[in-house]
Design a protein around this ligand. Structure first.
Ligand SMILES: [Zn+2]
Length: 387
């Protein structure tokens, strides 16, 4: 099995960066743009490693591509974010003074050290602290040590107030020696045109599904089925898949994520796949979890039916799943089907307390719901219901 590598997963972006390195034409400023969670951070770190690696290795198939060796001192300290020539300015929550801003910045670095694909916490507003940006700018007036290419990353530049970008503009207009500046932003248009025009834009795509699966299996030790489900649901945004695999607010949101996965496969996958996922992901000894799952399905069906009929998002109960609900709503336009499904769920819930065989009852529920909702490909169910 091959190992996850950001250079391979973001192949297009990497080949541009790697070619410019091989040709000795590295730009002084890059702008990495694309969805958060597809690898902008990792790519910046990996490029910093390539620029400083003692012995980059070639690609057997393509002589214009190189990778950092991953073993020399530079590669190791850069990947550990301990290299003095690698600096980050990141958005942080509101802070009282510079020393608190540095503490918060270190918190973000620590999170990124543990999980570079983890999306930043935006539960409270975050901004790039201009005083730290200025500080980093001042530090670039000192030449880096011999043989070091300094890399300065301004992460999520759209989170810097435009009025504060003057200081940065100067840095980009007169790039210091032996220094590469990497800006990241979801959408380049959010930045001042003067900044955009001076940076070489590098677009990051959604990651291939296989790369997401590889990463989740390697790092989170997920089963193949679980990793496949998260990969599909996250649509190539590894950061989202990680949030679902490792929810921060504990069991409840983890159960919700699994419940949604099972609901999605229930109405989009063939029966054997949908049923085996239930087997794999549910703990049947836990009656409470099974009850919660059925309740979640109930409210998802209500939301899907509501959305299918009105097209309005405002009244959804499961607001955290709004996007998924929009995608899944189609079969719920049929109100007869919905009312049959609702009855099925009510009956299952009523039977749960005295039902010894939770597993069998959940599987029966899944099959009955598929037939209520006329999920294609279940010929046996159709016979059984005379339909
Ligand atoms: Zn190296």
């Amino acid at each position: 099995m091959s190992h996850f590598s950001i250079a391979r997963a973001q192949h297009k972006a990497w080949s541009i960066l790697s070619r410019s390195f091989r040709a000795g034409r590295v730009a002084s400023t890059y702008l990495f743009h694309g969805r958060e969670g597809v690898g902008d951070w990792s790519l910046a770190v990996e490029f910093a490693a390539l620029l400083n690696c003692e012995q980059p290795i070639g690609d057997g198939d393509d002589s214009s591509i190189s990778y950092p060796c991953g073993e020399c001192r530079q590669c190791r300290t850069i990947r550990a974010l301990n290299f003095e020539g690698l600096q980050f300015v990141v958005p942080i929550r509101s802070h009282k003074n510079d020393s608190e801003a540095i503490d918060f910045t270190n918190e973000v670095l620590e999170q990124k050290r543990l999980e570079p694909f983890k999306m930043l916490d935006t539960s409270s507003p975050i901004n790039i602290p201009i005083s730290l940006a200025r500080r980093v700018k001042r530090s670039t007036s000192i030449r880096p040590a011999a043989g070091v290419t300094r890399v300065v990353v301004f992460y999520q530049m759209e989170k810097m107030r435009q009025s504060s970008t003057d200081a940065l503009l100067k840095l980009i207009e007169e790039p210091p020696a032996d220094t590469v500046i990497i800006l990241t932003a979801e959408k380049p248009d959010a930045l001042l045109p003067t900044i955009q025009s001076r940076a070489q834009k590098i677009r990051l795509e959604r990651l291939p599904e296989l790369a997401v699966i590889e990463y989740l299996q390697e790092k989170y030790d997920l089963t193949e089925t679980h990793a496949q489900l998260l990969a599909r649901l996250s649509e190539g945004v590894l950061g989202r898949a990680i949030d679902m695999a490792q929810p921060e607010d504990g069991d409840e949101s983890s159960r919700r994520a699994v419940g949604l996965l099972l609901f999605k496969s229930l109405i989009t996958e063939p029966a054997p796949a949908a049923l085996s996922q239930i087997f794999e992901l549910m703990d049947f000894r836990d009656r409470g979890a099974a009850t919660e799952l059925v309740r979640l399905w109930q409210s998802l069906i209500r939301d899907c039916a509501m959305y299918a009929q009105t097209g309005a998002e405002d009244d959804l109960v499961n607001v955290d799943f709004t996007n998924e609900i929009k995608h899944l709503a189609v079969p719920f336009a049929n109100s007869n089907a919905v009312s049959a499904a609702v009855t099925t769920l009510k009956k299952t819930l009523a039977d749960f307390p005295r039902n010894v065989h939770i597993a069998i009852s959940l599987l029966a529920l899944a099959l009955k719901l598929r037939s209520d909702l006329a999920v294609p490909g279940d010929s046996i169910d159709q016979e059984a219901t005379g339909g």
